[in-house]
Design a protein around this ligand. Sequence first.
Ligand SMILES: Cc1cc2nc3c(=O)[nH]c(=O)nc-3n(C[C@H](O)[C@H](O)[C@H](O)COP(=O)(O)O)c2cc1C
Length: 189
Amino acid sequence: MNTLVLTAHPDLSSSSINRRWFEALSNVAGITTRDLMAVGGPEMHFDPAVEQALLQKADRVVLQFPFYWYSSPPVLKAWLDQVLLFGYAYGPGGNKLRGKELMLVISTGGPAESYAADSYNSFSIPEFLTPFQQTATMVGMTYLSPFVLHSAMGRDQSLIEASIPAVISHITTPGIATNRIVSQARKTA
Ligand SMILES: Cc1cc2nc3c(=O)[nH]c(=O)nc-3n(C[C@H](O)[C@H](O)[C@H](O)COP(=O)(O)O)c2cc1C
């Protein structure tokens, strides 16, 4: 299985967790890592032909990022907007990603219990991630269960190191698709 890991962090040099994941994943056979800020530069400009050629070689695409304001840092949005084009990822002839897998690997500052209807983040992580899930569906990719590391800020180095085998295992294990139905209770009229 060929896996492409796209790391979306505004400054990996200042990162504790995503930098270590990026470094560790870069040494795993079958995984190609890509630091999107290093590729796109401060203007976050991507060459779709280059990015699409990398996607074509991948069976599994992993989007790795710190959770920022309940989503990804902007470089990932820039990459999606510039690469998943009409006629490539959707629309007539836009079937080039069909059959591939998409997985998210994220770190959050908030603890696991905060991502619930009765806590301060109000919604679950799968609910916050629905735009990514639907993007996968739209382009015909299988959306796999995400890997989430909570309470990411201020973790001591030994806990960060301990997360590395778990991340590698999650990314390299044959996928179980998540078909969870994410919906909020609706008020009946
Ligand atoms: C601009 C910004 C926005 C953030 N938004 C969230 C958020 O919405 N939810 C959350 O749990 N943590 C949030 N955090 C905390 C980050 O997720 C946390 O710092 C990151 O996962 C640590 O990873 P790193 O060591 O690779 O930078 C935010 C941090 C920053 C700087």
